[in-house]
Design a binder for this molecule. Structure first.
Ligand SMILES: [Zn+2]
Ligand SMILES: [Zn+2]
Length: 273
């Protein structure tokens, strides 16, 4: 707590006299620093308007990276368009990939992946949640040679839960809005798990947040996909409602997941016919 306070005071001193009216508030700058640290840096981002500390990424450079990613004007300034994008409800997964192609993309090395829902949301009936989760996984099993099997006890590859705030993985949720959900890349332990923020209102419609759309996005991570900056992609980091009736995986995501797992033979048949 003392450390954080000290940093704030340094920033205020560095700022005084040099701030044109209409520039972002100290609160906006702190929020932006947290956003950039969470989504655009592996090591954290230095406070705005401070001399760069060697261990951290610089605020201005990381802000430019974020603006480029979202197709904003690359100003290196925390302008209103940038703040608007940062305020959008979104996934908690990083926007920079942590693994390189040399490490190989994480993937499931078996034909059947199990999943289990350990905590249901009270916003929907259990039957609705089960059906929605199955539908969200099916858009992948329709295009890649992988099947999903729900189990009701023991440890599944993909453990699914709805919890608010701190839920035991050092990535606490943040209340209503902001971060909606997050998931882990394929692997042992937490690998493949998908967590949904219970402080959100989960629906099957355009109200609140549509569980199918958010779950389908999170399962992309659970299968090894990173975020895409293609705005129409399912793996775009922020939430946009689209009609879920007859939903098929958008091209960008289909190409991404098929690059990892190959094409399913049934889809191959459809194309041949
Ligand atoms: Zn995501
Ligand atoms: Zn979590």
């Amino acid at each position: 707590m003392d450390g954080a306070l000290a940093v704030m005071m340094v920033v205020i001193v560095a700022h005084s006299g040099a701030v044109p009216t209409g520039s972002p508030s100290q609160e906006d700058l702190s929020k932006a620093q947290a956003y950039l640290s969470q989504f655009f840096s592996d090591v954290g981002v230095s406070a705005p308007n401070t001399v760069r500390r060697s261990a951290l990424d610089s605020f201005d450079d990381t802000l430019r990276k974020m603006q480029e990613y979202f197709g904003l004007e690359v100003t290196g300034q925390l302008d209103s368009n940038t703040m608007e994008v940062m305020a959008r409800p979104r996934c908690g997964f990083t926007d920079v990939t942590r693994y390189s192609h040399f490490d190989g993309e994480p993937k499931w090395e078996k034909p059947v992946v199990t999943y289990r829902i350990t905590n249901y949301t009270p916003d929907l009936s259990q039957r609705e949640v089960d059906a929605t989760i199955a539908k969200a996984l099916k858009i992948y099993s329709d295009v890649i040679p992988l099947d999903f099997n729900q189990i009701y006890r023991g440890t599944a590859d993909i453990m699914i839960l709805f919890k608010a705030q701190d839920h035991g993985d050092f990535a606490p949720f943040d209340g209503k809005g902001g971060i909606l959900a997050h998931a882990f890349s394929p692997g042992e332990g937490r690998g493949g798990d998908a967590h949904f923020d219970e402080d959100e209102e989960w629906t099957l419609s355009s109200e609140g947040f549509n569980l199918f759309l958010v779950a389908a996005h999170e399962f992309g991570h659970a299968l090894g996909l990173a975020h895409s900056n293609v705005e129409t992609a399912l793996m775009y980091p922020s939430y946009t409602y689209v009609d879920t009736d007859g939903y098929v995986l958008p091209d960008d995501d289909r190409r991404g997941v098929q690059a990892v797992y190959g094409e399913s033979s049934t889809e191959f048949l459809h194309e041949a016919l």
